[in-house]
Design a protein around this ligand. Sequence first.
Ligand code: AP5
Length: 219
Amino acid sequence: MNLILLGPPGAGKGTQSKMLQEFFNIQQLSTGDMLRAEVASGSDVGKQAKGIMDAGGLVSDSLILAMISKRLDQADCANGFILDGFPRTVAQAESLDGMLEDRGITIDHAIEIKVDDEAMITRITGRFTCAKCGAGYHDTFQPTKKAGVCDKCGGTQFSRRADDNAETVRARLAAYHAQTAPISAFYARKGILKTVDGMAPIDDVGRQMRAVLTAKGAG
Ligand code: AP5
């Protein structure tokens, strides 16, 4: 099964992708995570992307498409994948079609996580991640069971993203509405768009996702 998760910053794409990855044994491909790894490594790609990411804008289509094309050919995608944060422009969506056609594969479902913009500021500014295993948490909505200790690996170091401040989140939301939101109509026209209520608690959103994906006739 090959999936696309759509939704604004903070909608829960990363959180739900990780849950779907475990449930369906398919690979999460997050372009945001790939770019942050490039920035951390100090590569040329990372140098080009950093300023744009810090300002809340979108990195160039050509750079993103080259990165995702290479990633789709890796062995861990053979059983299926979840695209998280890609495509983000109609041009990326059209190029993805070509890439998949060349490989003889298709997207089964594009799931849009519907949320209210204002709530996304609180979600994003409260987000933190285990520095050792990458598990994601939230100060209020998804705290660690024991304060200061990662539930998954016992790590005690956590990090927050450089672009997770209120000002940058507003710029990211504006970029989403201007450049990414039109993609929903692109996938609706193909007949593969589904929606879930992303304002529900995390586990409820997960249940909605699994219901959509396992419904009779879901493909
Ligand atoms: P990226 O990393 O993709 O960031 P984003 O789209 O802004 O999305 P987020 O990761 O912020 O949110 P999410 O929906 O994954 O939410 P999460 O599950 O973490 O991109 C970063 C930057 O890279 C972009 O700004 C751009 O510059 C660049 N970029 C990336 N891809 C690109 C592309 N294709 N083209 C061009 N540029 C690109 O949840 C957020 C928090 O809320 C968490 O703490 C979580 O615990 C909590 N939470 C989740 N769900 C719920 C819920 N239902 N209820 C309560 N809390 C919840």
